[in-house]
Design a protein around this ligand. Sequence first.
Ligand code: HEM
Length: 443
Amino acid sequence: MRPPGPSTLGFVKGLATRGFLATVGDAWREHGDVFEVRLGSRRMLFAMHPDAVKHVNVTNREGYDKLASYDTVREFLTGQGLVASTGDVWRRQRRLMAPFFTPAAVGAYADVMIRDAVELADRWDGMDGQTVEIAEEMTRVTAAIILRSMFSTEQLESIHRMKDAVETMIAFANRRLTLPPLPMWVPTPMHRRYKAARAYVHHEITTLIGERRAVPESDWPDDFLSRLMRARDPETGEPMSEELLRDESITIFFAGHETTARTMTFAWYALAANPSVAERLHEELDRELGGRTPTVEDLFRLPYTLQTVKEVLRMYPAAPFYMRDAIGADRIGDFDVEPGVGVMLSPYYTHRHPDFWEAPDTFDPDRWTPEREKARHKHAYHPFAAGPRICIGNNFSLLESHLLLAVLAQRFAPGLPEGYAPRWEMHGVLGITNGLPMVLRKR
Ligand code: HEM
């Protein structure tokens, strides 16, 4: 059976007037858990039910891959890095990088995370009562953490410029995905900005690799970059090509900070908008830490802090959609999937599915007690995707968010300006489109 779906015209009109999230949400309510829409030459199928999430990511994972849907990401953002690669390149690189991201391995980065969080808190100390753009503050700290932990770089100026360049590149790629693209040789201001940002990021990463090569291998720090540079192909014994080394480094920088920054930004909004949650979080932090800076061991005694992070990732998943291409013919539930169809899975809407979430629009960290978590459909929650292509950085990001929230919420309770109401939309990642100015308040 062909899936139902909105007309192309109605859908495109919705995108232009109401935005992506609202248009997809309307179509879901009208057509149900699986629906299809034709956009240009492509058919896209949206699947919101947890069974479909399991089917595409796990049960029939061989039937789906990152093909045409990832051309823009490959061409404009991460090249052949892990997010967008396929086939043998992906398998080899994933195997190589996986040991670096196990819970035990990422634990080694806790000290960097704590140090950067404390540095930020100390800066905020002198800014009591001032208004800051919280998204900017969070992106700066997560960019510093990923560059320091993965690449052992300490140059703050370069970290901030890299962050800005990456934002420009993501905004550009997203525009190309949503609007009819012009050829790249047309010298529009946007093309020029993108090209300059890309050249800067490539130059910085290439310089970093060059600087490392310039010192004897025995003096290399034990970080992600050294590991990539030491890796040898098990069959040929060859090191990674210069291009792949650069693509993987850029991928980890891209994927490894913007998403966590968005998560933390929404965490501050959610805490300010839900004072009873903030009160319980503060109570836990005060009781367990007694004013001390947390260590990684303390995290076991801060379950409510982690539950808050998980609830932020439920309501405001930084990656609200991700896509796969159907390789052959398939079925999702009762519906036929034709070869080449792009299948959109949606953490944002699966996480609000009323059959699996009570009062889905309420921010409630108590959903994340171990008993309630165990009782739920395993695939009703997929902020990091699932199956073999699950986010490789999920442990890193949960540890980082847990620590950042513990360090910062222990000392600060940022407040919202009078009458503020956020608007959020998917622009590659989920973001607050009208900014999030918050008043820093010491606790
Ligand atoms: C809250 C933070 C994060 C969220 C919500 C998130 C979400 C996701 C999602 C949904 C995917 C699947 C994308 C797809 O299939 O198209 C993904 C893949 C990936 N993520 Fe994350 N991510 C986060 C943090 C991180 C961090 C901290 C790193 C690295 C340090 C990272 C590195 C990657 C990589 C390399 C992939 C590709 C994995 C593969 O295909 O094998 N992510 N992430």
